[in-house]
Design a protein around this ligand. Structure first.
Ligand code: ATP
Ligand code: MG
Length: 456
C-alpha cells in the first residue's frame, strides 16, 4: 500500500467514484471532437481504460465549447506509440503522447498519474512539455490509477472523467455536485495542495471568474493565507498564467477576486497602497474593474489587444494616482521629460518579475505619458499637427477611448479616426452623440482595424 506524496492518502483511502449514467448528465458525444472520440475508441478496443478528462468534460457539462480535448488512459507511453503510428512522445518527467490527425489536429494522451508534475518538483519548477522525442527514459513510478489521477488534479470541476463504454461521467471528487452548485473547490486539502503548487491559487481564481462560480470557503481562506507563496513559483509560469487571465475575456471579475484575496498584490506589490487607500481606494478599484471590463468586451468581440495596451490599461489607475498623469494641464518640456523618466523607472522596477520585455515597458510608458495631452486635445476637439504625426497617436487615442468608456462615457467607438485628404496623419476627434441603440450596434472603430489593429 503506497502513500501518495501529494494528498497524503493511501490507496485504500480512495473512495469509490460516483458513476453518473448517460441519462443523468449532459455530456453528449456530439460535443466531443471526432478525433478525440477515435482515440478513446481505439484505446477501448485495445483493452485499455481511457477517459476524456479535465477542462473538456467541465466545459461540455457547462454547455461551453472546450478549447482542447485531453485523454487519460492506463496505456503507457510506449504502448500508445504502438497503437497510434502517427504520434510522438513529449515531456521529460511525465511523458505525454501527442496523436496527430489530418488537418493539423493533435489529441494529447497521458497515462494516469499519481502526482502532478508540479508537485514532484517541489515548488512548481516542472516543465512537462519539454520535448525529448527519441530519448530513452528510465521508467518511472509516477503512473497511477484513475483515482490517483483524479486526486492529483487542481479543482474538483477539472477532475471529472467521461468514458465511451457506457457514456457515463466518473466523479471521484464531488466535481459534479460542485458544477451544479457553481462552486470552485481545490481537490483535497487546499492548504497542502496550494503549498505543493501555489499556481493552483491562480487557477482557482481564473475558473471562478470565467464561470462566475463561488470559491468555497476553505479554498478561499487557504488562498488568502498562502497568497505570498505564489512568489516562489518561476516567473515564466506566473507570467503564462497571468496572461491567460488578462486575455481570457474575464479579466474584470478576475481582478476583483485577485484584489479581494490579495493575490493581485503579490503580482503587483506596488499597486497595494493605491488600491487600498482608505479614502480613494474604492474608487480606484472600481476604475480598474471598469477598465478591464472594456478589455473583456473588446476581447469578446474580436482578436486580442497587444501586450503594451493591456498593461497601459491595467496600470492606468495607478499611473493616475501615483504618477500624476491626470489633470487639465499636461506636462510640457522638462516636466514631461521628468515624468517620462519617473514612469519608465517605476515600470522597470514594477514589471521586472513578470518578465515584460524592455520594448513593451517602453511602449507602456509612452502610452501613459502621452495620454494627458491626448485627453486635453480630445476635450477641445482639436488635435495639433505635431500630435497627429506622432507614431503613438493612434494607440494613445485607443487608450483614451477605453478610459472614456470605462468612466461611463461613450463606448470606445466614439473616437473616430478618419483619413485626411492630402496624406496627413489621420486626425482623431470625438464624434457626435449617438442614440443608445445605434451605439450598441456599433463596433469600436479600432476593433475593425480602424484605430488600432487587434492581433488575431
Ligand atoms: P482551459 O480551458 O484553460 O484549457 P483546463 O482546465 O483544461 O482549462 P489546462 O491548463 O488545459 O486547463 O489543464 C488541463 C487539466 O490538467 C486541468 O483541467 C486539470 O485537471 C489539470 N491541471 C492543470 N494544471 C494543474 C495543476 N497546476 N495542478 C493539478 N492539476 C492541474
Ligand atoms: Mg485545457
Amino acid at each position: 500500500m503506497s502513500l501518495n506524496a501529494e494528498n497524503g492518502m493511501t490507496e485504500r483511502q480512495y473512495p469509490d467514484p460516483l458513476i453518473i449514467p448517460r441519462a443523468e448528465h449532459p455530456v453528449s458525444r456530439q460535443s466531443i471532437d471526432r478525433e478525440a472520440l477515435k482515440v478513446l475508441y481505439r484505446l477501448r478496443d485495445a483493452g485499455h481504460t481511457a477517459y476524456l478528462v479535465g477542462g473538456g468534460v467541465r466545459d461540455i457539462y457547462l454547455g461551453k465549447t472546450p478549447k482542447d480535448f485531453d485523454i487519460s488512459t492506463d496505456a503507457h507511453p510506449g504502448e500508445l506509440r504502438k497503437l497510434f503510428k502517427n504520434s510522438r512522445i513529449i515531456g521529460r518527467r511525465f511523458r505525454l503522447v501527442q496523436v496527430f490527425f489530418r488537418g493539423g489536429k493533435i489529441v494529447e494522451v497521458s497515462t494516469f498519474r499519481c502526482s502532478s508534475e508540479y508537485d514532484l518538483n517541489g515548488n512548481g519548477n516542472g516543465n512537462g512539455e519539454e520535448q525529448v522525442e527519441d530519448q530513452v527514459l528510465a521508467s518511472n513510478n509516477t503512473f497511477g490509477t484513475p483515482a490517483e489521477d483524479a486526486f492529483r488534479r487542481d479543482l474538483t470541476i477539472n477532475a471529472l472523467f467521461y468514458e465511451v463504454e457506457n457514456f457515463s461521467v466518473i466523479d471521484y471528487v464531488g466535481g459534479v455536485e460542485d458544477l451544479k452548485n457553481r462552486i470552485i473547490r481545490i481537490v483535497g486539502d487546499p492548504e497542502r495542495r496550494i503549498i505543493r503548487d501555489p499556481v493552483r491559487m491562480m487557477r482557482a481564481i481564473r475558473h471562478a471568474a470565467r464561470s462566475d462560480f463561488t470559491i468555497e470557503a476553505q479554498t478561499w481562506e487557504a488562498i488568502k493565507r498562502h497568497r505570498d507563496k505564489l512568489s516562489v513559483c518561476p516567473d515564466s509560469r506566473i507570467r503564462d498564467e497571468f496572461f491567460k487571465d488578462l486575455r481570457g475575456g474575464a479579466s474584470s471579475p478576475w481582478a476583483r477576486l485577485a484584489v479581494d484575496s490579495g493575490l493581485f498584490f503579490v503580482l503587483f506589490p506596488f499597486y497595494e497602497p493605491c488600491l487600498t487607500d482608505p479614502d480613494a481606494g474604492e474608487e480606484r478599484r472600481t476604475r480598474l474593474f471598469n477598465l478591464l471590463a472594456v478589455v473583456d468586451r473588446l476581447h469578446g468581440e474580436e482578436g486580442q489587444l497587444p501586450e503594451e495596451m493591456l498593461f497601459a490599461v491595467l496600470l492606468l489607475p495607478w499611473a493616475w494616482a501615483e504618477m500624476g498623469i491626470q489633470g487639465d494641464v499636461p506636462p510640457k518640456g522638462q516636466d514631461a521629460f521628468a515624468l517620462s523618466r519617473r514612469l519608465r523607472a517605476a515600470l522597470d522596477d514594477n514589471l521586472a518579475s513578470l518578465n515584460i520585455k524592455r520594448a513593451t515597458r517602453e511602449a507602456v510608458a509612452g502610452l501613459l505619458v502621452n495620454l494627458p495631452a491626448f485627453t486635453v486635445c480630445a476635450g477641445n476637439g482639436n488635435f495639433p499637427k505635431w500630435l497627429q504625426r506622432k507614431s503613438y497617436f493612434q494607440a494613445v487615442g485607443q487608450l483614451h477611448a477605453m478610459a472614456q468608456e470605462a468612466g461611463g462615457g461613450a463606448p470606445a467607438a466614439e473616437v473616430v479616426v478618419e483619413e485626411k485628404k492630402g496624406g496627413d496623419a489621420p486626425p482623431a476627434r470625438s464624434s457626435r452623440k449617438r442614440s443608445a441603440s445605434r451605439r450598441a450596434s456599433r463596433q469600436p472603430a479600432f476593433a475593425k482595424g480602424g484605430i488600432f489593429g487587434l492581433k488575431k
